[in-house]
Design a protein around this ligand. Structure first.
Ligand SMILES: NC(=O)c1ccc[n+]([C@@H]2O[C@H](COP(=O)([O-])OP(=O)(O)OC[C@H]3O[C@@H](n4cnc5c(N)ncnc54)[C@H](O)[C@@H]3O)[C@@H](O)[C@H]2O)c1
Length: 406
């Protein structure tokens, strides 16, 4: 493969002295707002080699897109993502739409010579993800990078956990225990938004929450799942149709009902290549749990424990400590030698959810500047998609153990 060549750089944005990275973003609701925060902030906090420029925002309704662009800080607006990709003042396309459009937009953007950041899950099917990964490999040969947005790798505490696992602090890994719990579907009157329709979302809690925890578990463990055994369930099969504005978690019901065509919850066990065992739970019905992503890793030499609802903390048990003093201790992950923290606030002045998107931009801009494949790549997104497919296959066969395809 050819080595990536740096792209011809346009003029520096005023006042920065740095070449710009001009971003075009598709979709401006939940993730669009979170990514905007990342693009706006990263160059003001971190010393980046290129200055992100919020160049063009794409939404299908021109007036609404213009209002969103003004609120979120974007200069221009397009109403068709094809027009956004055709612009020569866009270097990178950021895809913040539901999964049914990820493949089409990413393939067109890579073919047009743009870098791509694509929200998770990478695609709605393994076939789409395979095609996207091939296109990303080919684009890499032309110096264009493609990253998938598994932002939970970029919580300082999870990045520190990865560092500790890689440093051997847990020794041989035995267990990975993960749950991602939300409760926004417990009301059967909640409407049938895109997340509940297979043709738009690909799958339900599995692709939405399960994709995150599969990626995070494999990232922290430093290895991949070999096979899974799964149960899935759809608890409420008929829901009111959505009405009015709002496609996200605050959508309102209208007249008429439709059928839910995705899972509401997915439970699965898995075996890592090394023989370590894992358990996963992804649900939108865990009453009282809002965004509780909990992961625990147990190794021969110690354990690590993290909860996204307390994201500045990492719990560590060092099994090599003398027995009388051993026990889980809380690491407050706000020290300057913790990942990402040196650019932020003094110790103890914590970070939050939005910072993961700032860190995502930081890492992507450095990768682009260095012509280095970003983590997680489309290949990583494809592998997660293969785990999700194995989960669905296993659940469809009474939980029979199903290998994850290579
Ligand atoms: N990384 C995370 O933590 C995280 C969290 C939530 C969602 N996501 C992912 O982000 C993606 C978007 O989810 P969301 O919660 O932002 O959804 P959302 O419903 O809040 O927003 C989707 C946006 O896409 C727009 N859109 C849809 N089709 C379009 C098209 N053809 N052209 C232009 N715009 C279009 C909608 O109008 C809306 O603005 C999904 O893939 C989802 O899985 C990731």
């Amino acid at each position: 493969m050819e080595q990536p060549q740096p792209s011809a750089e346009p003029q520096s944005p005023p006042g920065t002295g740095k070449p710009p990275l001009r971003v075009g973003m598709v979709g401006y609701a939940f993730m669009g707002a979170a990514h905007s925060q990342g693009w706006r902030t990263a160059g003001r906090v971190f010393d980046l080699p290129r200055q992100p420029v919020l160049a063009v925002l794409c939404g299908r309704d021109g007036a609404a897109a213009r209002t969103a662009a003004d609120r979120l800080g974007w200069a221009a607006v397009e109403t068709d993502w094809r027009a956004l990709i055709a612009r020569d003042d866009v270097d990178l396309v950021d895809i913040c739409t539901p999964g049914d459009s990820h493949a089409e937009i990413a393939l067109a953007a890579l073919a047009a010579g743009k870098h791509v950041l694509c929200e998770k899950p990478l695609a709605n099917t393994v076939d789409e993800a395979v095609t996207m990964t091939r296109a990303a490999d080919e684009a890499y040969g032309r110096g264009r990078l493609a990253m998938v947005g598994f932002n939970y790798r970029r919580v300082p505490a999870t990045a520190l956990a990865r560092r500790m696992v890689a440093d051997g602090r847990l020794g041989t890994l035995r267990h990975v225990r993960v749950a991602y719990l939300q409760d926004w579907l417990t009301d059967p009157g909640f409407p049938l938004t895109w997340r509940l329709r297979k043709e738009l979302a690909g799958s339900g809690a599995l692709g939405d929450l399960g994709a995150h925890i599969v990626d995070l578990a494999q990232y922290l463990a430093g290895e991949r799942l070999a096979g899974v055994s799964a149960l899935t369930e759809t608890f409420v099969r008929e829901r009111p149709l959505p009405g009015g504005a709002g496609s996200g978690l605050t959508a309102m019901p209208a007249a008429g009902t439709g059928t839910v065509t995705v899972d509401d919850a997915a439970l699965f066990t898995g075996r890592f290549a090394s023989g370590a065992l894992a358990s996963f739970e992804a649900t939108r019905y865990a009453t009282g749990r809002k965004n509780a992503l909990r992961i625990e890793l147990n190794g021969e030499r110690g354990s690590l424990c993290f909860d996204l609802e307390r994201l500045n903390e990492l719990w560590f048990h060092d099994a090599t400590d003398p027995g009388a003093e051993a026990g889980f201790r809380r690491i407050l992950v706000t020290e300057p030698d913790h990942p990402y923290i040196d650019a932020w606030w003094p110790p103890g002045h914590g970070l939050g959810y939005e910072h993961t998107f700032v860190h995502q931009v930081r890492d992507l801009v450095h990768a682009i500047d260095e012509g280095r494949r970003p983590d997680p790549s489309f290949a990583d997104g494809l592998q997660v998609q293969r785990v999700l497919a194995a989960v669905e296959e296993s659940a469809g066969k009474n939980s029979v153990y199903t290998p994850v395809a290579d």
